[in-house]
Design a binder for this molecule. Structure first.
Ligand code: HEC
Ligand code: HEC
Length: 330
């Protein structure tokens, strides 16, 4: 009798990890994008390079920005930045590519420069390249800094890489609309937590004199978050959505999850950030700092619960057996 109980218990213990493992394996299946690509669609590499050029072309090319301000910059006076930033496509046309009609329609980034997401569909790639060489406006001429092949990557990105993120972001609250936070959390744990930490605070970004984290970028500038999650950042060796085969919705879900991460903005100070942070002791130990850690933490807690209930069951069975044997003896 006892032996059977023992065998049963051992069998139960042996199958539980297998069962949990299979559930994890199912949910960790890589997400593949729908094959909406046309035969002539450019490779992800071209889009990635074009997008990084749009972000900060001189850094993407490993160079310094040209001296002074971009010539067109003096046509506006609302955006007080100067120097390298004024040469970036994104500073004039925005992370949503909508310039004066998008997120930069007000605030410190406002310039009044045009919405190219509306203009580009009516242009051919050649017309975009020509425009970047000053065909229409001699001041909008980048040919002294970028060769034709580079300008073509920019044009290809603008023609093929722009996604209408307005469908995903509420432009007042800046919150994701209709995202799947659980799915985003899963993708984040798989790919991003390794470097950015499970709380998004492992890498600190120094943005215009402010230290910020992934959570604050996601909450403050969701369009920038999406652009850089899809295509990356010049100089950062980071796995990006365009290479992982993520759909636009995968990116949106990761953004939705990232908006739940801590977004504490810390002004620069000689003191370490932790000096004025009130220490919190999260339930279940400190947050895991790696994917593996995260998996083990989750795994551990599930196992603990299972073990707990098994011990309870075992006790019940034991008491039952005791009672039976006592009754039998009588
Ligand atoms: C200093 C601000 C500024 C920067 C930097 C800038 N643009 Fe523009 N862009 C403009 C303005 C203003 C226009 C409106 C037409 C014009 O004057 O050329 C424009 C127009 C455009 C157009 C639409 C052309 C048309 O026919 O209407 C495209 C496409 C474009 N820019 C792409 C880019 C790209 C790509 C970059 C980065 C390499 C870039 N821009 C950098 C200000 C800027
Ligand atoms: C191999 C390490 C690594 C991984 C993995 C990684 N990143 Fe990054 N990430 C970086 C580095 C390095 C930077 C650039 C930091 C800087 O510019 O100071 C960065 C920057 C970013 C930025 C730009 C923030 C800003 O200031 O605008 C975003 C957004 C971002 N990562 C999101 C993600 C997401 C989402 C994932 C998961 C898909 C991910 N990262 C995975 C290393 C990584």
């Amino acid at each position: 009798m006892k032996r059977y109980f023992a065998i049963l218990l051992v069998a139960l213990f042996a199958t539980i990890p297998v069962f949990i493992g299979s559930v994890q394996a199912i949910s960790f299946q890589p997400q593949t994008s729908g094959s909406t690509e046309t035969p002539s669609a450019p490779s992800p590499e071209v889009l990635i390079q074009g997008a990084i050029l749009y972000d900060r072309w001189y850094a993407a090319l490993g160079r310094e920005a040209p001296a002074g301000d971009m010539p067109i910059w003096s046509r506006q006076s609302t955006n007080s930045r100067s120097g390298p930033d004024t040469w970036r496509c994104v500073e004039c046309h925005g992370w949503d590519y909508k310039g004066s009609q998008g997120a930069y329609k007000s605030g410190s980034h406002f310039t009044g420069f045009p919405n190219i997401r509306a203009l580009v569909p009516n242009m051919s790639e050649q017309e975009i390249v020509d425009h970047l060489k000053g065909s229409k406006d001699p001041a909008h001429n980048f040919s002294a800094y970028m060769d034709d092949a580079t300008l073509e990557k920019l044009a290809s990105f603008l023609k093929n890489g722009l996604i209408d993120d307005d469908q995903y972001i509420d432009d007042v609250s800046l919150k994701v609309v209709g995202g799947n936070i659980e799915h985003g959390k899963q993708l984040y744990g798989q790919v991003c937590a390794k470097c950015h930490g499970s709380d998004g605070m492992q890498i600190v970004f120094h943005t215009e004199g402010v230290d910020e984290y992934l959570g604050s970028v996601a909450s403050r500038d969701p369009w920038r978050f999406l652009h850089r999650t899809r295509f990356g950042v010049a100089g950062a060796d980071m796995p990006v959505g365009a290479k992982l085969g993520w759909t636009a919705e995968d990116g949106r879900d990761v953004l939705a999850y990232a908006q739940t991460l801590p977004s504490r903005l810390v002004t620069p100070s000689p003191k370490p950030a932790s000096a004025y942070a009130t220490p919190v002791s999260p339930v279940g130990g400190p947050p895991a700092s790696s994917i593996l850690g995260g998996v083990f933490t989750g795994f551990g807690s599930i196992l603990l619960v299972c073990l707990g209930s098994l011990v309870f069951l075992g006790l019940l069975v034991g008491i039952g057996a005791l009672v039976v044997s006592v009754l039998r003896k009588r």
